[in-house]
Design a protein around this ligand. Structure first.
Ligand SMILES: Cc1ncc(COP(=O)(O)O)c(C=O)c1O
Length: 472
């Protein structure tokens, strides 16, 4: 006679024979909960159906049915000859409700196994120049004086600040004095330092582009400042309708996510706003290295280095995992930013800085950019061709640049529903609404599609499935 309660300690799973819920459903729900709570992370092998049935004192068919249902839903994966495991694509429920960080994109609600993820913002991680980075690290470390292994200058290694000043002047027209360059752990940290430095001067209202990346919005809020959304149109941020604010974060070279370039007139207006109000422009130049049909306009910082903070990072040009970026600051903000740096994490890891300085000096970064520009250009062309062939009602908008594109949907289309249907077909796309704060007066449904981390074959197959999901 089976007990009323039985448990699988291996999975922290319990079933209650007195409950009205069928046993199969209890097993299913227990596993779903374990996956959702993150106790059973992706890749966790599950016991065989036989072993679990014995543990729980239930018929094996109960466990077989539960596993099959969860495989169909994408929670589990049956690996030939290797049993059943938690699928790689499932995310924890907590992850889905968490506020997005810089690297995260607004995610759909349904956990599913996603085969083609058009996630914007990621470069091709397999293209990271490991051999060149290793060489640069070896050379740099051999040369690095012992003194540079102590607590160094919070602005970063002088050798990197000089190399960056030269590089940013050459490729972006940034007026960079190495004394005003601060090496950071990525754009996100640079923005956090600025938010604190500005708050210390009583400047706590930070404008952000709407639509825009949810990461900076959330970062600004978490660090105690007030987020002031400013709409974006085909010429960039609508500074003419902005309310009172102390600083404005913009992506002039390739607005994220719409892909528009800030017009010369708007660039002038943004700088005028800063001059007239004593405000600060924070220029997030996140993907300017990737232009496929034209040279990018120089950085807005070049128009007024005393009112514009220039910010960049290697997250798109190399990989986000390096956590390396930089600020080029107006003279008036240097001390305030360094005070925050001193009071928080002191500096960025010197060996990483030295390796990147060597990659810049040896021409390794330029070579890598030439190679990846060709790769991404081909992927963008593949995306455009695949949309034209399989989904002609979706049109690419924005300039051919960066690592993502925007596909507009026919007016009246429900972008959330499009994303849900795509997800059910194992394709993840990102509705524009996920990037908005205030809905626009006239809805213009669109999807944000990252293409850089998918192969051309995957891009074509993903678009084909997306299109089929819209018909089906
Ligand atoms: C608009 C935008 N700016 C900047 C970044 C880079 O941030 P970080 O340098 O902190 O990786 C990203 C990365 O997702 C981004 O989407």
């Amino acid at each position: 006679m089976p007990k009323e309660w039985s448990t699988s300690r291996e999975l922290l799973l319990a079933i209650d024979r007195t409950a009205p819920t069928p046993l199969r459903q209890q097993v299913e729900e227990g596993l779903r909960r374990g996956i959702g709570e993150g106790r059973l992370p992706p890749g966790t092998p599950l016991p065989s159906t036989r072993a679990l049935a014995i543990d729980l004192s239930v018929a094996r068919g109960v466990v077989v049915d539960a596993y099959e249902q969860l495989i169909a839903e994408g929670y589990l994966i049956a690996r030939r000859g290797a049993g059943t495991a938690v699928a790689e694509g499932v995310r924890r429920a907590a992850d889905r409700s968490a506020q997005p960080a810089m690297g995260a994109e607004p995610a759909p609600d349904q956990p599913a196994r996603v085969r083609y993820d058009f996630r914007p913002g990621l470069p091709d991680l397999a293209a990271f120049p490991r051999a060149a980075w290793l060489r640069a690290t070896r050379t740099a470390l051999n040369r690095l004086p012992d003194a540079d292994l102590a607590y160094g200058d919070p602005r970063g290694l002088p050798i990197l600040r000089r190399a960056l000043a030269g590089y940013l002047g050459r490729v972006r027209g940034v007026l960079a004095d190495p004394e005003r360059v601060v090496v950071t752990n990525g754009f996100s940290q640079g923005l956090a330092l600025l938010v604190h430095a500005l708050a210390a001067r009583g400047a706590g209202r930070i404008g952000v582009e709407d639509p825009g990346h949810p990461g900076p919005r959330n970062l600004v809020r978490v660090h105690g400042a007030t987020v002031c959304p400013v709409p974006v149109d085909a010429a960039g941020v609508r500074i003419d309708v902005a309310g009172d604010m102390d600083a404005l974060v913009v992506t002039p070279a390739h607005q994220f996510p719409t892909g528009v370039v800030m017009s010369p007139r708007r660039r002038g207006a943004v700088v005028d706003w800063a001059r007239n109000t004593g405000g600060w422009v924070i220029e997030d130049d996140y993907d300017a290295e990737y232009r496929f049909d034209r040279e990018p306009l120089g950085a807005v910082q070049g128009l007024d280095p005393d009112r514009v903070v220039y910010a960049g990072s290697v997250s798109k040009s190399l990989v986000p995992a390096l956590r390396l970026g930089w600020l080029v600051l107006p003279a008036a903000l240097v001390d305030a930013v360094l005070a925050v740096r001193q009071a928080t994490d002191l500096a960025t890891a010197a060996p990483v800085q030295a390796a990147f300085a060597e990659l810049l000096a040896s021409g390794g970064l330029d070579r890598h950019l030439r190679r990846t520009r060709r790769i991404y250009r081909h992927r963008r062309d593949t995306l455009a061709a695949a949309l034209a062939r399989h989904a002609p009602r979706l049109r690419l908008a924005g300039i051919p640049a960066g690592l993502h594109a925007v596909a507009t949907l026919p007016s009246g289309a429900d972008e959330e529903e499009v994303a849900r249907r795509a997800e059910a077909a194992s394709v993840r796309v990102y509705p524009m609404s996920g990037y908005r704060v205030v809905p626009p007066p006239v809805p213009s449904p669109a999807l944000v599609l990252g293409y850089a981390s998918l192969s051309p074959a995957e891009i074509d197959a993903g678009v084909r499935r997306l299109s089929a999901s819209l018909r089906g």
